[in-house]
Design a protein around this ligand. Structure first.
Ligand SMILES: Cc1cc2nc3c(=O)[nH]c(=O)nc-3n(C[C@H](O)[C@H](O)[C@H](O)COP(=O)(O)OP(=O)(O)OC[C@H]3O[C@@H](n4cnc5c(N)ncnc54)[C@H](O)[C@@H]3O)c2cc1C
Length: 543
């Protein structure tokens, strides 16, 4: 991945003219390129400060060629891929770079690296694909003699595939495409497709409780973990792969979502399925976000949800259609407009539903779901909007680089609540973002979609855009703080799938309570007595 953005050079996503026009109209920006990233040589890096002897110990653990501290590798491990991360990198701020990047290839390598780091008081940051958007991989070395990033890309083996039990044991550093390729060769799939799929890893997904775009059907990653193994500074710990057990509290639940603060997940056994032989993606249109949400609730509670279920609010619908106009979704826009005219309404909402399975199963489910959506006020738009969404499902992050070039703040955040509290949460979060970003003067664009359905509730995913201010980081911090406070006050979770990292740590007290924090701290003190594992993440400082 290029060090200052998303994807590789040559895979840029130009902004189509209708969308550029909408941005000019809504945000008041002129669309010209204003801020290109500095050259790699201009990134300001602190001098590496590993204590004497530590580098030799690390080289002894993994081989000298797998301890790297060249400029490119340090810069590319300095941050994750959130908006503030990219703002800092693009402006040449590499101050958070690790002293070195260590690349182990086995559990023994990992244990040896951790032992060396304990001995030399060096902090360790597990690094999967580095796609964290909450500061999860940012090296924090305060109070330590140094900090290393432990890049897990060499731990990428397929350990075993059990077709009979539908289980696959994969090493943590295997990337999304690597995992799906190996499973496809056996006619299987995990079905886990976060938008960061191309670059994120199995271990990163499990460490952050990630949700994929098809998680309504396939389940979030936490529901797909049968067992896992972790190397902690104090020793190995894990949860045996078992379909169920009544043997006390579930250790798996402690290790999943531990975000590198307890140890390094080295291997995971995941529940897989036969690869689907058929799929069908469709667009639907609702008169309003509230109407669509209610239809989705009824569908979910009737056990009739598709595998992919997304409903955009009015603002996101407008934005998506502008980006997609001239393509299949242009049809959706025309049909949507006809729907609105017939009902004398001014705006509406686009939904995407997707079914995967065998042909007969897809057809049966589609008919039942369609009847419920229609009864809830939905109008079918056919396959083209659905297929278009499917083919562009990983495109948005590439577009973010283009928007940053044009001096536009573009960021996302997510939460979840029960159905009865969802509308309040939606309004409170959107209002907080709009007022923090200067509703009148700056005209921010705040949009939202529902993308993960549960019997008791759903997630809300916000995307917001605004003209970048001179101090882009202060502008982002104000918006993030306002939205997080509104989410907590409205009873939502501080994170539905992006995890806690550094950015959400101070809201963990509200999430799990003081005693909950103490329990997690006690587990950390036992597994990581020297406190070297990913400092500054997940847990807020004690009050
Ligand atoms: C454009 C974009 C789109 C995204 N879309 C989604 C989405 O649809 N759904 C979603 O859930 N998330 C999404 N994310 C967030 C991110 O991709 C997920 O959190 C993902 O699970 C991180 O995986 P990774 O391999 O990149 O982990 P990293 O970013 O490398 O690490 C994330 C955290 O896990 C820890 N960690 C990583 N590997 C291990 C390990 N083996 N053992 C212990 N700790 C470890 C790290 O220390 C860090 O705290 C998106 C991010 C971006 C930039």
């Amino acid at each position: 991945m290029r060090w200052w953005g998303w994807g590789e050079d040559g895979h840029d996503a130009p902004i189509p003219e209708p969308a550029a026009g909408l941005l000019r109209e809504v945000l008041g920006t002129d669309g010209s390129v204003r801020r290109r990233p500095v050259a790699l040589e201009e990134v300001r890096l602190p001098d590496p400060r590993l204590p004497s002897g530590a580098r030799e110990r690390l080289a002894g653990a993994v081989g000298a060629e797998h301890v790297r501290d060249d400029r490119e590798v340090r810069v590319s491990h300095a941050t994750g891929r959130s908006y503030p991360d990219l703002v800092r990198l693009r402006s040449g701020d590499g101050s958070s770079a690790p002293d070195a990047v260590v690349l182990p290839a086995s559990a023994d390598d990992v244990a040896a690296v951790l032992a060396a780091c304990v001995e030399h008081r060096v902090a360790v940051v597990p690094f999967g694909g580095g796609t964290s958007v909450v500061g999860g991989v940012e090296p924090v070395g305060d109070g330590f003699a140094g900090v290393v990033s432990m890049d897990l890309r060499r731990l990428d083996r397929v350990v075993s595939i059990d077709r009979t039990s539908l289980l696959a044991t994969l090493e943590a550093g295997l990337s999304g495409p690597g995992a799906e390729r190996a499973l496809a060769a056996e006619g299987l799939t995990l079905g886990h497709y976060p938008q960061s799929f191309e670059y994120s890893t199995v271990g990163g997904w499990v460490a952050t409780r990630s949700a994929g775009q098809a998680s309504t059907g396939y389940g979030r990653i936490d529901e797909l973990v049968e067992g896992l193994s972790m190397v902690a500074p104090a020793g190995e710990i894990g949860s045996r792969p078992l379909p169920a057990s009544a043997a006390g509290p579930d250790l798996r639940e402690l290790l999943v979502g531990s975000e590198g603060v307890l140890g390094v997940i080295r291997e995971v056994t995941l529940r897989v399925r036969p690869a689907p032989s058929a799929s069908r993606y469709e667009g639907w249109w609702f008169g309003s976000f509230a109407e669509g949400r209610e239809a989705f609730r009824v569908m979910e509670q009737a056990d009739a949800s598709p595998d992919v279920a997304r409903l955009s609010d009015e603002e996101e619908t407008r934005f998506s259609l502008a980006f997609a106009s001239g393509t299949g979704a242009g049809t959706a826009a025309r049909l949507g407009r006809a729907y609105l005219r017939a009902r004398r309404r001014e705006s509406g909402c686009l939904a995407i539903v997707g079914f995967e399975g065998d042909e007969e199963d897809v057809e049966r489910r589609r008919v039942r779901t369609g009847a419920l959506l229609r009864a809830g006020g939905g109008m079918a738009l056919g396959r083209r909007p659905g297929d278009l969404w499917l083919h562009s499902r990983f495109a948005a992050p590439y577009l973010r680089d283009e928007l940053l070039d044009r001096g536009i703040l573009v960021e996302t955040l997510e939460t979840a609540a029960s159905w009865s509290g969802l509308d309040r949460l939606y309004r409170a979060t959107a209002d907080a973002l709009r007022s923090a970003l200067g509703e009148r003067e700056k005209r921010p664009f705040v949009m939202c979609h529902v993308s993960h359905l549960y019997r008791s509730g759903a997630s809300l995913y916000f995307t917001f855009l605004a003209e970048q201010e001179e101090d882009a980081l202060a502008q982002w911090r104000a918006a993030k703080q306002a939205a997080s406070e509104a989410i907590v006050a409205a009873g939502g979770t501080i994170t539905h799938h992006h995890a806690v990292g550094r950015d959400h740590a101070r809201w963990m007290r509200a999430e799990v309570g003081e005693m909950g924090l103490e329990l997690i701290r006690a587990a950390k003190e036992r597994l990581d007595p020297a406190g070297i594992m990913n400092p500054g993440k997940l847990l807020p400082p004690p009050e």
